[in-house]
Design a protein around this ligand. Structure first.
Ligand SMILES: C[S@@+](CC[C@H](N)C(=O)[O-])C[C@H]1O[C@@H](n2cnc3c(N)ncnc32)[C@H](O)[C@@H]1O
Length: 270
């Protein structure tokens, strides 16, 4: 057991800072490479990255479209945007906007490409957000949206333990992350939003995550789970770590956790 964590207590920084430091290298960046490959961005294109978080996709998009293109990263959480700004090298010019995906502060037909990686599942008005994505796209422009799920066994173990040791609300966050993966449901949503020609495809993604106790606390401290976990007493955090790490043994390979997660990607033209 990794005593140096003091059961996660030693993690400093905001959830947004930890998201960039831990979640992005382990999960966000490898998944972004796939989304960017599908988007096939061209120099000069105007790109909007919705629910951009700390900007892993946004920065890759800015590299691709170059100085003749333009890239906007939009998120509802100012803490994520502050980290996004500070993680962006000076040679990339990105317009960071704080707004809700359900009400985009842009005119019609303003972008060639709209991207949204692992964000739509958190938006309560999904149909409204998809209609907004379509509205701001130029005719012939494309939307590329990815969502994770169904909940992989490794995360089912974590949410079980969160429910038992922290709260039902904490477990519900784990459920929400993987709540949008039904291909027919996504196709229907896209159709209702006006995308007549959506292609929706699910593919497994293999990820190599840090060792169990490291990944458990890194994930918790990169998400809204940080608050309830920090408020829990040490015995509770120790019990949570003990249970999760014991049940994660079957996913350990050479001290790393091996995760296979389904990624569903929807692509559509306006
Ligand atoms: C898991 S993060 C994904 C961030 C980034 N796309 C990535 O792949 O690293 C989900 C993001 O969705 C944002 N979000 C949730 N609801 C939103 C909404 N209604 N409008 C805009 N952003 C939202 C959150 O603030 C968070 O930054």
């Amino acid at each position: 057991m990794n005593q140096h964590h003091v059961y996660g207590k030693s993690y400093k920084g905001t959830a947004a800072e930890n998201y960039q430091r831990f979640f992005v290298p382990a999960i966000g960046a490898p998944v972004a490479d796939d989304l960017i490959a599908i988007a096939d961005l061209q120099p000069g294109e105007r790109v909007l990255d919705i629910a951009c978080g700390t900007g892993v996709v946004t920065r890759l998009a800015a590299e691709r479209v170059g100085a003749t293109g333009s890239v906007t990263g939009l998120d509802i959480n100012p803490g994520m945007l502050a980290v996004a700004r500070s993680a962006t090298p000076p040679h990339l010019s990105i317009d960071w906007r704080e707004a809700n995906a359900e009400s985009l502060p842009f005119p019609d037909n303003a972008f060639d490409v709209v991207l949204c990686q692992m964000g739509l599942q958190f938006v309560s008005g999904k149909l409204t957000a998809l209609r907004e994505m379509r509205r701001v796209l130029e005719r012939g422009g494309r939307a590329v949206i990815s969502v994770p799920g169904p909940k992989p066994p490794l995360f089912a173990i974590m949410t079980d333990a969160l429910a038992r040791h922290l709260s039902q609300e904490a477990a519900a966050f784990g459920d929400l992350v993987f709540s949008m993966h039904d291909i027919d449901e996504i196709k229907e949503l896209m159709r209702s939003a006006g995308f007549g020609n959506a292609d929706v495809e699910a593919k497994p993604k293999n990820l190599r995550l840090p060792a169990p106790a490291d990944f458990l606390w890194q994930y918790i401290h990169s998400t809204p789970l940080a608050e309830p976990a920090t408020q829990a007493d040490e015995a509770t955090r120790a019990a949570l770590q003990r249970e999760v790490c014991e049940r994660w043994k079957e996913f350990v390979e050479d001290d790393f956790l091996s995760l296979q997660v389904g990624m569903t990607t929807a692509t559509a033209l306006k």
